[in-house]
Design a protein around this ligand. Sequence first.
Ligand SMILES: Nc1ncnc2c1ncn2[C@@H]1O[C@H](COP(=O)(O)OP(=O)(O)O)[C@@H](O)[C@H]1O
Ligand SMILES: [Mg+2]
Length: 360
Amino acid sequence: MRLYLAKLVRKYRAGRPQFSSKLDQLLKTSQIRASGPSVMRRAPATSEAVTLLPQDQDSRQSLVRVFDDRDGLAAPILPAALAKQIDDIVSERKERAKLAAHGIRPTRSAILVGPPGVGKTLSARYIATQINKPLWVLDLTTVMSSLLGKTGNNLRLVFESAKQNEAVLLLDEVDSIAKRRSDDSDVGELKRLVTAILQEVDNWPDSGLLLAATNHPELIDPALWRRFDAILRFDVSDREGVALAIGRFLDRDAQQFGPWINLMASSLMGQSLSDVERAILTMRRNALIHQIPPARLAVDLAIRHAGELDKNARRDLAISLAKEGAMSHNQISELTGVARDTLRKYAGPSPLKGRGHKKE
Ligand SMILES: Nc1ncnc2c1ncn2[C@@H]1O[C@H](COP(=O)(O)OP(=O)(O)O)[C@@H](O)[C@H]1O
Ligand SMILES: [Mg+2]
């Protein structure tokens, strides 16, 4: 069987590289699990991945979630410095042989830090895609919720399997396990788990990549923190990033909403791109189903979010609104608390002079 697969891998390498690499993966899995159940229950004619994933021994549930975006995933929208850090990790992979010739190891591990919804998981997926590997995500909150005693075994299983498959492994919400060692009743067991992860980070092979993500860097054991080769710091996007993201999330509606993108970016400043995505999708649904004009949706969005903005962002939003001429300066000022003088200074005279003074 293995020979047959190997032959197929070679046969398809040139014509259908994706299929070939999936087969190749399959072959590797079957090598580690040679004594286990056959991985070849399906004919290899489908291009679906048939990798045997590490499972919980009792429940038979897969311990990891697999992302395979190798058919294309747009780069996450990130500040230049962070994007470069990510690109460097990718290039190091591609130039592994060159580095090795000089006795230099590539970055083997990285921890992704930042608030929820800013693209940590997405970036891990992107990195995996760029180095032509699937991403395995081990969500530690889920693993931890199973019996603590079992967690150790499950962890070991995932680590071994990921190394054998040369998958990119993401330990998501790593803080849920890597709590400071002074924690509650299961101190001993937690300590052993942290130690196990420490050792994996230290010994991860050059052929793989071990990523971890956390929203709570303060909970990470300092000893673990130090072990990672790279620290990638994520944060909410600046206005430019939000505007870019809005353009992307608007997709085929981008043209229709084009004139309002800057206004929407001002309104959604400070939110994660995950929240921005949700707001934009809601808006697109409303535009389509209720036939609400983009201008009104954009202004509604602005009004809804005005209260969440800090002083500078509110001023930006007020000026954008004034420039759009959708409301009088008076109305904008009431909504945002920004002085009418400021609006006049940056956006010229109120388009609806006089009328705006009346309360509706
Ligand atoms: N930087 C980003 N660039 C593009 N899309 C993003 C970005 N951050 C978040 N998103 C959108 O929000 C979704 C959730 O983001 P995710 O990567 O899961 O956040 P995190 O892991 O930081 O909590 C992504 O799948 C994507 O659609
Ligand atoms: Mg995530």
